[in-house]
Design a protein around this ligand. Sequence first.
Ligand code: CP
Length: 312
Amino acid sequence: MSELSVDHLLGIKYITEDDIQLIFETADHFKEVINRPIKKVPSLRDITIANLFFENSTRTRLSFELAEKRLSADVINFSASSSSVKKGETLIDTVNNILSMKVDMVVMRHPNPGAGIFLSKHVKASIVNAGDGAHEHPTQALLDCYSIREKLGDVAGKKVVIVGDILHSRVALSNIFALQKLGAMVKVCGPKTLIPKHIESLGVQVESSLKKALEWCDVANMLRVQNERMEISYFPSTREYTQQYGVNKALLDSLGKEIVLMHPGPINRGVEITSDVADSDHAIILEQVQNGVAIRMAVLYLLASKIQRDED
Ligand code: CP
């Protein structure tokens, strides 16, 4: 297979295992490119990409922008906090104004679930979802699975536990879809109040004890507690959350085996993971960030090849 089955990357739910493997193989090539002294290739020289961020971001925004520049695309950046959205402009009007500047691709982060899907039905551009509310964050799941593949050789057959605030997490949902498509076994672990009621219908198991979950797994993906999406308290106190669902060195030492620790960032240091563990060899947090650039280069390159082919 040499091209993606989709024209947009809206969520992992909408792509196939073959799509994921193609993205990984393409990312392998770009990872080699970005480790060369000359890190830039001309692949997207005639493509213009708009990065539309209606919600805060550090890693995803910088990673997409770097990926675009490494591919020689023309890049424009938009941040809602400093735009006419503040004056009441709608999403469609904002995007159509940007597209009238002959933009080919849109990378969008938005607080509303489904914003990317909505956009893909109304505008003529390839849309990449960079996180839509608590729905999906596909490139994060791709870089997470790619990092597991790099560290453990394969994703198939691996046992992965996703820990913490599953309820508000687009990273959790996209990871569940991606891990299962690639043949991993998935458990979730966290306070009952932060586990969606029907999560088992997605084929994952729920484990309430963090120690048991860590004893079972090869990889633990520690999620951030998303205080900004919580209007009420979901657990008695941060201290109590950390005692039950935080990873520390003593807990890791008690397992009697090595596990790989991941975190999508930004980290609440001392809440879901202690600083010494986050900065230790157990954690591959910075490798995930590094792989994010190669994965995003692969996604943009593969989607752009479809645009160019349609124009031929
Ligand atoms: N992992 C992630 O999406 O981080 P940002 O919110 O900083 O982009």
